[in-house]
Design a protein around this ligand. Sequence first.
Ligand code: SF4
Length: 358
Amino acid sequence: MAGDLAPADPHRPLTSFARRAGSGQPSYATRVDTASRFVIDDFEPAYSSLARGGELADRARRAVELLRACRLCPRRCGARRLDGELGVCQTGRMAVVGSAFAHHGEEDCLRGSRGSGTIFFAQCNLHCAFCQNADLSHARAGEGLSPEALAAVMLEIERRGCHNVNFVTPSHVVPQILEAVAIAAGQGLSLPLVHNSSGYDTVETLRLLDGVVDVYMPDFKFWRSETARRLSNAPDYPETARAAVAEMHRQVGVLKLGRDGLARRGVLARHLVMPGQVEESSAILEWLARELSPDTYVNVMAQYHPAHRVGAPDSDGRRRFMDIDRTPRSSEIAEAHAAACRAGLWRFDEKRHHLVFI
Ligand code: SF4
């Protein structure tokens, strides 16, 4: 897999990407310099001390035991994954990696100038009808990696100069990640780790990551149980995600950056605005401000597009999920953003803010 990593390409220098020429807006770099309560000067990744004391390897062993009758995620299938049985996530003993590369499309504070070292795990525990990454998440693509091989991918990401290791869709492979981090940390890994999930995580599993993950990046998707049932077959999603995001915040707090503008530790909350669901967007964003903090760093994402099963015919030939078979209107994006502002949120992802209003 390490060979799949794209070579570090010459991107715009980190200090240049936030200055909006002629806009009169403060630059991203300026905000980092002045808002010192959100700055970390001396950074050591969260997992380093756990690795030094040997606790990380112990924790990985305990986590692997959970695969025996899997209760790792809120599906709680009970699949005997150590014996090769597959549950809803269709993943057995080994993590399957679809691709790994230096991602230049993530938030500015993750991609920086050399990219976010993204590891896309195949399969998923949520199964959204509108999955925006269906080629990776729902195809049995990629190869099962041993912990040593996954650790080698992480070390190669660091060698190529990426700013972090970004685990995408990690909820069903937390034990495998812990095993690999324990190995990679012993071989010198020193990048921040990003847990980039749908928010459909259990508090119990997240506690295995306490002191390991530096940046949590949940995409809080649905507020209403009925919407979550219809679009992801997960009616328990709203309360599960609320508990999960609260636990993430308990562990790492609001997002803090280095003086280079790169994320070091904290929660970076994403929310994908869906067509016709602005009320749910507003409720989610208000909840983030109220229950976490108005200082929560938020990416209100505008890029939803019909994908996967949206618009595909059912057995009677009728097109499915017609209500979300369009992109969100600019008025819907603006309304979600206005609700976030009214709730007191103010730390919006700069790049996304740019897209919304220009
Ligand atoms: S991680 Fe997979 S097997 Fe385990 S409970 Fe979740 S969906 Fe089921």
